[in-house]
Design a protein around this ligand. Structure first.
Ligand SMILES: CC(C)(COP(=O)(O)OP(=O)(O)OC[C@H]1O[C@@H](n2cnc3c(N)ncnc32)[C@H](O)[C@@H]1OP(=O)(O)O)[C@@H](O)C(=O)NCCC(=O)NCCS
Length: 148
């Protein structure tokens, strides 16, 4: 199967949202939330520090990765933070996630990023194995405080 990785564009917003829901991200409670989600995705198309890449078969989008380039106070070059990575269930374990991460690595090197960082929930045991397989190391604990 041939998989093509390409930049996302405005007419991909609904498939991006579907992939995010598959990842377990919250669905909109109402139309106004939906508008906010759509606007936030659009920001990725106009902000030089944000990017979304899609994995596409000849006929369908089957995966996505989002990227945010963050400047750190004590680093000359940015950090690439990956907020979201997902491959749709029926296309998992076919090398597509690896292709998306390899695309991130190429982009990060072009931008001279000093590292790539991401968080993965405690429950995502399989994705932890995936990241380790791709050479990622577990270097920190993540703490969050829910304010909702
Ligand atoms: C995690 C995820 C993105 C991986 O993508 P994928 O397309 O299924 O993974 P790939 O087929 O590209 O796997 C790449 C390598 O990792 C290995 N790998 C993948 N999952 C693995 C697992 N559970 N255990 C051990 N190795 C694993 C593969 O064997 C492959 O090894 P190879 O390079 O030697 O062939 C995908 O499974 C997914 O979307 N999962 C649900 C959402 C999720 O958890 N996202 C991550 C949020 S942090």
């Amino acid at each position: 199967m041939s998989i093509h990785i390409r930049k996302a564009a405005k007419n991909d917003i609904s498939i991006i949202l579907d992939l995010l829901y598959e990842l377990g991200r919250p669905k909109p409670d109402n139309n106004s939330d939906d508008d906010v989600f759509q606007r936030q995705i659009k920001e990725y198309f106009s902000d030089d520090n944000k990017e979304i890449r899609l994995a596409e078969t000849g006929t369908a989008v089957v995966g996505m990765v989002s990227m945010v380039f963050l400047s750190r106070l004590n680093q000359k070059y940015p950090e690439l933070y990956i907020p979201e990575l997902v491959v749709t269930k029926s296309f998992q374990n076919q090398g597509i996630g690896k292709k998306l991460i390899n695309t991130c690595i190429v982009i990060a090197k072009e931008k001279k990023c000093h590292r790539i960082r991401l968080e993965s929930g405690n429950q995502r045991k399989e994705s932890h194995k995936f990241y380790k397989k791709l050479g990622f190391e577990q270097t920190a604990l993540s703490f969050s405080k829910n304010l909702n």
